[in-house]
Design a binder for this molecule. Structure first.
Ligand code: 4NP
Length: 165
């Protein structure tokens, strides 16, 4: 068998394995202290409620807040809706995440641009909301943090429907 065929089989096996474990999602924003940890917490709770075994995590394209907990405003608004962000620790996105997660989902177009600049040829990062953004609440007010929860909930509901096919 030529080496190209061996490599082809190995590649197919890798894809097979990736596609047959629980689907995994990485949510990505800028700082990994407001939007993506909120979506991660909503997803963890709602996927479990829906009876779906899914792996979820989050990261930021920037390293400003690495090791920090979630923004206290995000923690508070999430808690008011029954989602726990208290154990979150921010981490920065790394290129290897494209291989480790089935779905790398950006909160806004700026995050998506950043991800595309890092993506290997076979990686297809997308917007979490398909064609809409989760706006950055960091310099905003309470209503902006509330909106993140609402968008997280509707986005996760759409992904649950999609996984159920
Ligand atoms: P996030 O929000 O991307 O939703 O976590 C932000 C957090 C921090 C900053 C910007 C956005 N910052 O500039 O420090």
């Amino acid at each position: 068998m030529p080496w190209s065929a061996v490599l082809g089989v190995a590649g197919a096996a890798t894809k097979f394995m990736k596609n047959h474990r629980n689907p995994s999602f990485l949510y990505v924003c800028l700082g990994n202290i407001c939007r993506s940890p909120t979506v991660e917490a909503v997803a963890r709770t709602e996927f479990a409620r829906a009876g779906l075994s899914v792996e979820v995590a989050s990261a930021g394209t920037a390293g400003y807040h690495v090791g920090h907990g979630a923004d206290p405003r995000s923690v508070r608004f999430a808690a008011a809706h029954g989602y726990d962000l208290s154990g979150h620790r921010a981490r920065q996105f790394r290129r290897e995440d494209f291989a480790a997660f089935d779905h790398v989902l950006a909160m806004d177009r700026e995050n998506l641009r950043e991800l595309r600049s890092l993506a290997p040829a076979d990686a297809v990062p997308m917007l979490f909301l398909g064609d809409a953004e989760v706006p950055d609440p960091y310099d905003g007010g309470d209503e902006d943090f509330e909106q993140v929860i609402a968008l997280a909930r509707s986005g996760v509901a759409a992904w649950i429907a999609r996984l159920r096919g």
